[in-house]
Design a protein around this ligand. Structure first.
Ligand SMILES: Cc1cc2nc3c(=O)[nH]c(=O)nc-3n(C[C@H](O)[C@H](O)[C@H](O)COP(=O)(O)O)c2cc1C
Length: 163
């Protein structure tokens, strides 16, 4: 897929087929994530793959999007590695770039994802559920699966953004 096509056709996917996600595709997503730019090339991200029902259910109890987490075959949890961090604001921006790379790669590979940020409202509880190491901070959960919907979110026209 061409880059611009991938960017414009990617959508948040919140319904998944009852099909497993191939391990190689998860590997490709994470590889794309770590090729994101970061300040001083400090690569301040860490990942945890959650597939087991017990952890998914625990995580699900700390967000309004719990039903979605339970339905997804797996979730990739993205953390900020505080030991590698040099500037919290810039490092979270880098983690955002990392997540976008992962979403675009997933889309290119025929997977569907949604970036779940609302869970940060219960960050501490979610970190406990995830047995998050003390040097990490939860940044986002990405629910991943084979898409079972075709959403059509729109964007405002470019004129509305140009200053
Ligand atoms: C930082 C961030 C947090 C988000 N949190 C959630 C969330 O908690 N739940 C959810 O369903 N979607 C979440 N989304 C997805 C957005 O709702 C979605 O990207 C937006 O509506 C545009 O739709 P599209 O991704 O299909 O283009 C989040 C996206 C970002 C970038």
């Amino acid at each position: 897929m061409q880059t611009q096509d991938a960017i414009e056709s990617r959508r948040s996917i919140r319904k998944y087929k009852k099909e497993p996600v191939e391990e190689g595709k998860i590997h490709s997503m994470i590889k794309a994530g770590v090729w994101a730019p970061s300040g001083l090339n400090n690569q301040p991200w860490r990942f945890k793959i959650i597939e087991d029902e017990k952890t998914k259910n625990l995580l699900a109890s700390h967000t309004h999007y719990g039903g979605l987490i339970k339905q997804a075959p797996l979730c990739i949890v993205v953390f900020l590695d505080c030991e590698r961090s040099y500037d919290r604001e810039k490092d979270f921006m880098a983690v955002g770039a990392c997540i976008q790379n992962m979403l675009l790669t997933a889309h290119d590979l025929g997977l569907g994802c949604v970036w779940l940020g609302e869970i940060l409202n219960q960050r501490k509880q979610a970190e406990k559920a995830l047995e998050c190491p003390s040097f990490c901070e939860l940044a986002a959960v990405i629910a991943v699966g084979v898409p079972d919907e075709k959403p059509t979110s729109k964007r405002k026209s470019l004129d509305e953004f140009l200053l």
